[in-house]
Design a protein around this ligand. Structure first.
Ligand SMILES: Nc1nc2c(ncn2[C@@H]2O[C@H](COP(=O)(O)OP(=O)(O)OP(=O)(O)O)[C@@H](O)[C@H]2O)c(=O)[nH]1
Ligand SMILES: [Mg+2]
Length: 220
């Protein structure tokens, strides 16, 4: 079941044959600091974005388990660094959101220090998926966060979320505007995925990409 019409069409067949719904995914631990995160150096793929953008929902969709990570309509649900082990080979990491204006000042500070420490210190962070709400035009907070990734040299991809909540035309226009905004400061665009956890869309492409990166890591 290889999705057509995306940039990973040329991946080896064995990657395409992966079925996300037979993955073994288990919760490992929640940490505040990188020093508390699992040791062992397995590759790690983390999901970040504004509070409520759909990080936990996307992780649940990838895992094929709607109850793995807590989802809530109230922003600020995920407050720690949550590790989930996939097939005993790599980690999915659910991170707290940024830009949660309703939290107290000190909490806001704590959120940003958890995130900043994680992205700057976590050596096994292989790729960060930055989630962007497909309903919105480029937001300065997302662009500022991505700028920070450049400063820390963190590899990233974009995953637009909640695609079911917007028309195809509007979604394409928002993605295009985001691409253009990035090209003002970046020479190359990152991989871009469009997802809907509600409609189970875009998950296979993300998992195939992760497998592709994992197999590249194993090459001598
Ligand atoms: N329609 C629709 N709703 C979504 C989608 N993804 C998430 N949601 C809803 O958006 C809300 C927030 O989802 P979460 O997955 O908890 O978002 P989060 O980014 O983990 O939020 P925090 O942990 O609070 O930062 C919930 O009400 C979800 O049901 C989607 O693709 N489509
Ligand atoms: Mg969450």
């Amino acid at each position: 079941m290889c999705a057509k019409n995306n940039q990973f069409e040329t991946l080896p067949l064995k990657v395409c044959a992966m079925n996300p719904y037979t993955m073994s995914v288990s919760y490992v631990k929640s940490s505040e600091y990188p020093s508390q995160c699992p040791t062992g150096g397995l590759p790690e793929y983390a999901f970040i974005g504004r509070s409520n953008v759909g990080k936990s929902s996307l992780i649940n969709m990838l895992a094929g388990n709607g109850k793995l990570s807590k989802v809530s309509g109230t922003p600020g649900k995920t407050r720690l660094i949550n590790h989930f082990l996939v097939n005993n080979r790599w980690y999915m990491v659910d991170l707290p959101g940024y830009g949660f204006a309703k939290s107290s000042k000190s909490e806001r500070k704590q959120f940003s220090s958890i995130i900043t420490r994680y992205i700057s210190e976590r050596e096994s962070l292989t790729l960060l998926f930055v989630l962007i709400d497909a309903r919105l035009q480029p937001q300065s907070i997302d662009l500022a966060f991505i700028r920070q990734l450049g400063e820390h040299g963190v590899p990233f991809a974009l995953a637009f979320t909640k695609a079911d909540k917007v028309s195809g035309t509007e979604r394409r226009s928002n993605v295009e505007r985001f691409r253009r905004a990035l090209l003002e400061t970046w020479e190359e665009l990152p991989p871009i995925f469009v997802t809907s956890s509600e409609k189970k869309m875009g998950g296979e492409e993300i998992l195939r990409y992760i497998e592709h990166v994992n197999s590249d890591l194993q090459k001598p």
